[in-house]
Write a protein that binds this ligand. Structure first.
Ligand code: WT7
Length: 629
């Protein structure tokens, strides 16, 4: 279903609320099902239990690939742009992509992977990453992609939690002017995962890497012998499609579970309606497949719609800060979807790198991952979109599976720094501190969703209680997003940001507890408290207050060790921007850290610390202030 005007948006929205089942049934009918569903929806938000299209059978890859072969077999499905602009790009037609996916699926099968088995994918942004994801889906294996910037410890945690049987990885990766080891990180991780039976290794750099006898297999040496066809496994609509780990307020990242039928219906529907692609247009999402944006809007959403999706191996600033714009001109990209942090970073280089390119092919721009400030929005609109491209500001989460609140390109109006209106089928509400729904406009509250949608989180892998606790217990009967939002007089939503202990760094989520746990493993560290603070490029930066033994001694070394501990436990992406060694932390008499005070200090608002009289020892605040001022 494609909505093409503001009037029809309103009409369709109202229908989607008055009869959600008919609304979704209609959209679901547009796909290839091996067997039709018996029941559209069964749900309660208390357990929670949400089931869409029960009794339906399908395979998402048939809908991504096979379904298009007859009409679009020779159309380009994937364009891959390498890190080095001097190297050759690669293109796959729908026919070729199907064959590569089948080969990889056959290889997985040959290595003993069966329906329901978990496969961990730790690969850089190369076509084989997309191929591996789809190969798992083809045979009904559950993919768990781990972003290739995460540390060995993070891989180990995720592989253990999912009890993955197989890991797919590469020798190394390209990142701008540097090359980095990848297989070595996996080897280190798997020292604590003896249950992993196979490691499939892709040759990306041509490095010689140690291969463990009986466990490791070269993809390059085995793949060509694999048949280019395999029947798609028949999956129940509610069978697991993938697990994706994401951080929350507690120490351990949780495995968000998405299922086959609902995720397919929702990502396809939202891709079509938010981006409004036309046949033959080139679409580019800059997100890594390691994040949910890459899953839903680099791989599944575009392929389900038979679009041409572009994948870029490199970074926006290499060989220079014009790389994104060069790629847009090179391929004539029409739809461009990126993150505010990337926009702010490129903005800092001024207009010169942009002026070298025409960018005339652009038609639609998008942002995702964090609130976009008005200054960045305007720069994007004027200098990239040349004041003619609508900007879709898409609010959603790993847990929602797809875009929830967003304008629709050329259909519903954009408004700087506002995600604007809910998509048809989505029923957001704002709740006040007492958990009551605020009905009027011009208000602010906690953002919740009151009715299920097809791609919503089903469970947190291996721990359903945690899912209930995190998302369904704060406000009975609602899915709680963890975000605060404003609603203007016209009903447009503006997302303010997280209201829980989650920090959004460059559009990536980290729990404060997760970072503190890592810091606490460093030598001489007694205790730590981490808060977010406004950062010009990253949106939020990480600010750590750490109590160490003898803070006056070897302070630089302590700081370096703390950085190292975070890099080891999580990865470079979570490295604190500021570390202050302190004598004590502001605590209440009951021993609770008063983060409110630390946040104010991190923001530089020293005059507005609020009431500090309830502190156990108000002196610690003076000590901290003396260090940061
Ligand atoms: C959190 C979800 C959804 C894919 C990328 C991040 C923030 C996301 C927006 C937006 C303001 C946004 C929210 C949300 N967020 N999109 N358009 N405007 N904030 O996925 O890692 O699951 O993070 O990102 O705070 O809760 P994620």
């Amino acid at each position: 279903m494609r909505i093409k005007s503001l009037e029809s948006y309103k009409e369709v929205y109202n229908k989607s609320v008055s009869n959600p089942e008919a609304f979704w049934e209609d959209i679901a009918s547009g796909f290839t099902w091996k067997q039709k569903w018996d029941k559209v929806l069964d749900w309660n938000f208390t357990e929670p239990s949400v089931k869409w299209f029960q009794g339906g059978k399908l395979n998402i890859t048939e809908n991504c690939l096979d379904r298009h072969i007859e009409t679009k077999g020779h159309h380009t499905a994937l364009i891959w742009e390498p890190n080095d602009p001097k190297e050759k790009s690669r293109k796959y037609t729908y026919q070729e992509l199907l064959e590569e996916v089948c080969r990889m699926a056959n290889l997985l099968k040959a290595q003993g992977v069966k329906k329901g088995d978990r496969v961990c994918i730790y690969l850089p942004m190369v076509p084989e990453l997309m191929i591996s994801v789809l190969a798992c889906a083809r045979i009904g294996a559950v993919h768990s992609v781990v972003f290739a910037g995460f540390s060995a410890q993070s891989i180990a945690d995720r592989v253990q939690d999912a009890q993955a049987k197989v890991v797919i990885t590469s020798d190394g990766l390209n990142r701008g002017s540097r090359q980095q080891a990848v297989k070595r990180v996996v080897d280190e991780a798997l020292e604590t995962c003896p249950f992993v039976e196979r490691v499939l290794v892709l040759n990306v750099l041509g490095w010689e890497v140690p291969m463990q006898e009986g466990r490791d297999i070269s993809i390059n040496e085995t793949i060509q012998a694999m048949p280019s066809w395999i029947e798609a496994e028949s999956m129940d609509a509610e069978d697991m499609l993938f697990i994706l780990y994401t951080s929350g307020s507690t120490g351990k990242p949780k495995g968000v579970v998405h299922t086959c039928g609902g995720y397919m219906v929702y990502t396809a529907y939202t891709f079509l309606n938010v981006f409004q692609p036309e046949p033959h247009e080139i679409y580019w999402c800059t997100a890594d497949v390691g994040w949910v944006t890459g899953h839903s809007y680099l791989v599944y959403g575009p392929l389900l719609n038979g679009a041409t999706t572009l994948m870029f191996e490199g970074v926006p600033t290499w060989p220079d800060a014009g790389r994104f714009w060069q790629i847009i001109d090179k391929y004539g990209v029409n739809i461009f979807y990126t993150a505010p942090t990337a926009i702010r970073s490129l903005m800092s280089f001024g207009e010169d790198p942009v002026l070298n390119y025409s960018l005339h092919s652009l038609k639609v721009l998008g942002t995702v991952g964090e609130p976009i400030n008005e200054e960045a929005w305007k720069w994007y609109f004027v200098h990239i979109g040349k004041e003619k491209c609508p900007i879709v500001d898409t609010w959603w989460q790993t847990e929602t599976g797809g875009i929830m609140i967003s304008n629709m390109a050329g259909v519903t109006p954009h408004k700087p720094a506002h995600a604007t209106l809910p998509l048809p089928g989505i029923q957001p509400v704002l709740l006040n501190g007492e958990g009551k729904v605020i009905e009027e406009n011009g208000v602010e509250g906690y953002l919740c969703i009151r009715f299920p949608w097809p791609s919503m989180i089903r469970t947190t892998y291996g721990d359903h209680e945690r899912c209930r606790q995190t998302y369904f217990s704060n406000y009975a009967g609602y899915y709680f997003t963890g975000d605060g939002a404003k609603r203007d007089e016209q009903g447009n939503y503006r997302i303010i940001g997280r209201v829980d202990d989650v920090i959004n760094v460059s559009g990536h989520r980290f729990g404060t507890a997760e970072i503190e746990n890592a810091i606490n493993t460093a030598p001489e560290v007694l205790e730590s408290a981490v808060v977010g603070f406004p950062h010009d490029i990253k949106g939020q930066g990480i600010y750590a207050f750490v109590i160490v033994n003898n803070p006056e001694q070897d302070a630089d070394m302590r700081v370096a060790e703390i950085q190292e501990a975070v890099v080891k436990h999580i990865g470079k992406i979570a490295r604190p921007d500021k570390i202050i060694l302190v004598k004590g932390l502001p605590k209440t008499r009951s021993g609770k850290i008063m983060r409110r005070i630390l946040r104010k200090i991190a923001e530089g608002e020293f005059q507005q610390l609020g009431d500090t009289t309830s502190l156990l020892d108000p002196g610690v605040v003076e000590d901290i202030l003396a260090k940061v001022r």
